[in-house]
Design a protein around this ligand. Sequence first.
Ligand code: ADP
Length: 486
Amino acid sequence: MDVEKKKTKFKLPPINLRVLLSVVFLLFGVLPIFVYGGIVSRTNFTSRVDARKIELQTKCLMLSTKLTRGNFLKNSDNREVIRSEIDTVADIYNGRIVIIDKSYTTIEDTFNLATGKINISPEIIGTFNGNNTNIYNKTKSYILQTMPIYENIDNQNIDGVLMFIASTENLVSVAEGVGNTERFLYITLTAIVFVLSVIIGGRLLRPLINLRDDISSIGYGKLDQKIEHNEYQLTKSISENINTTLAKLQDADKSRDEFVANVSHELKTPITSIRVLADSLMSMENVPNEMYAEFMQDISDEIDREAKIIDDLLSLVKLDKSANTLVTEQVDINQLIKQILKRLRPIAQKRDIEMTFETIRDVSADVDETKLSLAINNLIENAIKYNKDGGFVKVSIDADHKFFYIKVKDSGDGIAPEYRDLIFERFYRIDKARSRQTGGTGLGLAITRNVVHLHDGIIKVSGKEGEGTTFTVRIPLNHVKRRDKK
Ligand code: ADP
């Protein structure tokens, strides 16, 4: 059986911008100097060693010439002067000079350690063969230089070898001294760059910090402010976006206040009427039964009205909440419209309004049946309510490969263009008195529009004033479930 492994994703904690900036400054400010300094001091040391090598070579050449001229190898009696010079040179360079004759015997050693001993080191053999040695041993810190000693000035026969081993300790200690000074400089420089990076980083981040502070004050409900941080392009565009959002929030706030005021007003109206009716009944004495019945009927009508407003409000709230939960299924739209027409026919007949249904194409679509039924019902009910007696209501259905279209046309007074957007607002009624008379709450079209939008559809009003109204609804045949933004 497979055991499902849950991958625990490692998440980095949010980065502190100030720290990040300081690190970047330090890296770019100090690192190149460190690298450059390192290279320079290494090159310095190498060139000092090279210079010392050349110096030793020259000294060896000079000594070897003197040794040839003074016939040092052959004439053992007259060696003192050159010997003391050799000792001096060896001392100056803190080194050791060894002279080896043709038989590889050490005849002179400034350390007096190897005199009389045979020396067949590769360097000596190499020099007898015409290959001088000039090497630097880094680990043991010395330079080794060999130089042939010729028989006499005019011929090139090698009679012996001069070997000079000079210590480079003093060069190393000079380099160490320089290194210490450099280290001190680096530490000072790092400290300066660090302090500067903290100060400059703080300056650079200031606009962002100010922006953050302003934004957090919005969180406390301060919506009536304008954010302006134009220091950087980024802060400018963030400010602009926030201002747009703020304006929308303020609008939403305003429309919510208006809505609450409207709801209170609408709910109060029937209650006020009930109170007036009840008060007048109570103030009258010996009220005849018929009048009692009439008043009670009025009170009952007002209660119905109150209930209708509450029902409609609840429908609206539910629609807002269920934005993510449209329960869609394949529905026969023709059948759905027929049922609505059947339900509303008695009301139309009362006013002698003729209702017809034209099917241009049979439609079956992916919709939420209950909600769509409510929306179409509102449109047809309005077409009857705002019609003239003896008029008509024509409902038609059509479709193409993507959408289906429902049209509800009536022979009423029509809607003036300036009201065509407003009628979809909650509680908006063109003729308050008429709407009240017909039992309208002003919420029907708001509900209808919500339902249509939830189905990703659109709703339009058309028609000439005085010649009736046509509402057209267009809804996709297939509903695509989307993740609604909360
Ligand atoms: P109501 O409950 O008042 O009918 P609606 O939201 O359904 O509320 O409609 C808003 C207003 O739009 C109505 O009060 C009415 O003035 C107008 N209206 C709606 N449908 C029609 C129509 N078919 N013809 C004329 N006016 C209409």
